[in-house]
Design a binder for this molecule. Structure first.
Ligand code: SAM
Length: 228
């Protein structure tokens, strides 16, 4: 093997937040925890307060022109991003914002397959000083509603990307045959488990037949279009 053999990128997420304690209960569980343990992904939580200004470690200020609430200031964010980029190859900055493009399965798929690593900015209060956009590569929204902070969207982005990385899910086919996998609007067929009848509600007979061709045909026919 040559001296300059290319090492595989372990998809890395660095999340910049004012509320670092929110993440452990989510990322310290289940498949995302296991994916980190198995070195399939890396997640680092960065406390924005560390980059705050002055003795009080200030990160926010009132908006020019007046109005309610506080905005996250440029300097702490610029410094936190600069620090997060150190040693991180192919680093891209994602900002969580209701003004962004709505996150979809196709975005999760693209982001799981490329060799980019992500620094995710979680806003809070009234959001960000607009000049922060100058260091951002992607703007994403979780949907047309407003949350108090970007932590829940950041968790959703990391989870939906990570579960599509080979080895993270148990069944390798499960991410290929599921809602939105092959089309933005196509939802997975209904699924059932034991018992065969529950409160007079039976499992469709074909699923008990053992006839794999018939089951595949039934499933194919029972993908549905998502209602707008
Ligand atoms: C209260 S919101 C700010 C809303 C902003 N003033 C506006 O009207 O667009 C605070 C932060 O939560 C996050 N956030 C709220 N809703 C979001 C959504 N739908 N998608 C992604 N991030 C969201 C963003 O990081 C945002 O900066």
């Amino acid at each position: 093997m040559g001296l300059f053999m290319k090492t595989k990128n372990i998809k890395t997420f660095k999340i910049i937040t004012l509320f670092p304690d929110m993440f452990e209960p989510v990322f310290g569980q289940s498949m995302i925890w296991k994916a980190q343990k198995n070195n399939l992904i890396k997640i680092e939580i960065i406390d924005l307060r560390r980059f705050g200004m002055g003795v009080r470690k200030r990160v926010d200020d009132t908006p020019y022109g007046g109005g309610d609430g506080m905005l996250l200031m440029c300097e702490p964010i610029f410094n936190a991003v600069k620090s997060a980029k150190k040693g991180l190859k192919n680093a891209k900055v994602i900002i969580t914002t209701p003004k962004g493009e709505t996150w979809q399965q196709k975005s999760a798929k693209t982001f799981s397959q490329n060799d980019e690593n992500y620094i995710i900015l979680c806003g809070h209060y009234e959001g960000f000083d607009e000049r922060i956009m100058s260091i951002v590569d992607y703007n994403f929204s979780l949907g047309n509603f407003v949350l108090t902070g970007g932590e829940i969207p950041a968790m959703a982005f990391v989870d939906s990307i990570s579960r599509l990385i080979p080895g993270v899910l148990g069944g390798e086919n499960s991410a290929q045959i599921e809602s939105f996998a092959n089309s933005e609007n196509l939802l997975e067929y209904p699924q059932y488990t034991r018992p065969e009848i529950y409160k007079n509600l039976p499992v469709p007979e074909v699923l008990l037949s053992g006839n794999h061709a018939a089951i595949a045909k039934w499933r194919e026919a029972n993908f549905t279009e998502k209602q707008k």
